[in-house]
Design a protein around this ligand. Structure first.
Ligand code: ADP
Ligand code: MG
Length: 396
């Protein structure tokens, strides 16, 4: 789960990490009140969306007076902001963060993440902050300093020194970085985060360190331990279909292709996507209905796949190990009747009661094609999607 910048910054404060004074506003009037509360004569207005790259996309604006703050808030609030990270459709702006402007001397990069291969928390830092860190990593990897923290020993003074010297910090700044790192490391472990990123961490003109941006990703599997963090979820920022899937305990990831895939088991789902690709198609989604799929769950999964307008054909690939194929067939028939299905469906069932399930589908009056092997199923669905696309193209 992702947090908004203002939520991440509140966590930073809770863990003793310095951030600019700010107020979150949901209306232009709130933004005006924020200016009065913060004081000063200039403010930064920042669109709150679950994506970075806002600065370049016009989502971070330095306003010269309160009237401009109100204007900018009015323009951003209720709009969608598209950045290079959000995808072309952008994300809705429901709130803006109004902050005191900081006089910046240098922009640094700092992040903490889980390095799975090393089984450690990895701290990354770079003096090339404020820009796309992926680009720095690709073009000038020597500009990124990496430090692994042993989970038993925790953060050590030598970690801090290595990072501080690498960033070119001096004097009291080294001690400040130590405070920031220990706060962020505690935040990371206490909140079960998977990523904490500060880009930029700035050195102000007064020589102080301040987190100007804040990004926190939390591990969904650990959210049950953090009710106060669960409450920070903003469903408006999430893919509607992925949120719907979560509500039904389905593992669904939206993709760019046109073949909807419904599979049980993550491994089989990956193999199915590979097979679709191998046969010249492109999957519209990853969907694992789980080992204990019921007819109702299959019906929900079907509705989910078909709610995606890109889908031109659906491939159902179920291995009945725990689940019975006749129940799956029932779920498919139920769903196809409930949702008006206008695209071809190819079904491959294997395992417990597979023959019975396939017969039920064949005997029904539904336009469902069955396949007896995985290769045949992939072939059929790719052909079906292609002919669907061709006929759609010719009618337009
Ligand atoms: P994003 O990463 O989404 O582009 P940031 O929060 O990093 O958004 O802001 C982009 C840039 O705007 C920063 O690199 C910094 O130069 C500037 N900026 C952000 N917040 C402030 C602030 N409070 N005062 C001054 N400049 C700021
Ligand atoms: Mg940033």
């Amino acid at each position: 789960m992702n947090l908004h910048e203002f939520q991440s910054k509140q966590l930073f404060r809770d863990f003793g990490v310095a951030v600019p004074e700010g107020r979150v506003a949901g209306t232009p009037e709130d933004a005006k009140t924020a200016c009065a509360e913060l004081g000063g004569s200039r403010w930064v207005v920042k669109a709150q969306i679950h994506a970075g790259g806002r600065g370049k996309a016009g989502g971070v604006v330095l306003a010269e007076d309160a009237t401009e703050v109100v204007d900018v808030a009015g323009r951003l609030l209720g709009s969608r902001l598209a950045t290079h990270q959000s995808g072309p459709a952008g994300l809705p702006v429901g709130q803006v963060l109004v902050e005191q402007p900081t006089a910046i001397a240098r922009e640094l990069y700092l992040s903490l993440l889980v390095d799975r291969a090393a089984e450690r928390v990895l701290i990354m830092a770079s003096a090339a902050g404020g820009m796309d860190i992926e680009q720095v990593a690709a073009q000038t990897p020597e500009r990124i300093i990496q430090v692994h923290v042993h989970p038993a020993a925790g953060l050590q003074p030598f970690h801090v020194r290595r990072l501080a010297f690498g960033l070119g910090l001096e004097g009291g700044q080294i001690k400040s970085l130590g405070g920031i790192l220990s706060g962020l490391y505690r935040l990371f472990t206490t909140c079960d985060a998977s990523l904490v990123e500060v880009n930029p961490l700035v050195v102000t003109e007064a020589g102080e360190l301040l987190a100007l941006d804040a990004k926190v990703n939390l591990d969904d599997n650990a959210l049950g331990r953090h009710l106060h963090l669960q409450a920070l979820r903003d469903p408006d920022q999430e893919d509607a279909r992925e949120a719907e899937a979560k509500a039904h305990e389905l593992n669904y990831i939206s993709l760019d292709g046109d073949i909807g895939c419904m599979v049980n088991g993550a491994g089989l789902a990956m193999a199915t996507m590979d097979l679709v690709k191998l046969h010249g198609g492109a999957p519209a989604n990853f969907l694992d209905v789980g080992g204990g799929a019921t007819a109702a769950r299959v019906a929900e999964a079907f509705k989910l796949i078909l709610s995606d307008a890109k889908v031109r054909a659906v491939l159902v690939n179920i291995f009945g190990g725990i689940v019975r194929c006749d129940l799956i067939a029932e779920g498919i028939m139920q769903a196809v009747r409930e949702v008006e299905v206008a695209v071809p469906i190819v079904v491959r069932l294997e395992g417990t009661n597979a023959e019975q399930g396939l017969k039920m589908l064949a005997d029904s009056d539904l336009a469902v094609e069955t396949a007896s092997s995985l290769t045949e199923a992939a072939d059929k669905v790719v052909a079906a999607a292609a002919s669907g696309a061709a006929s759609k193209g010719s009618s337009e």
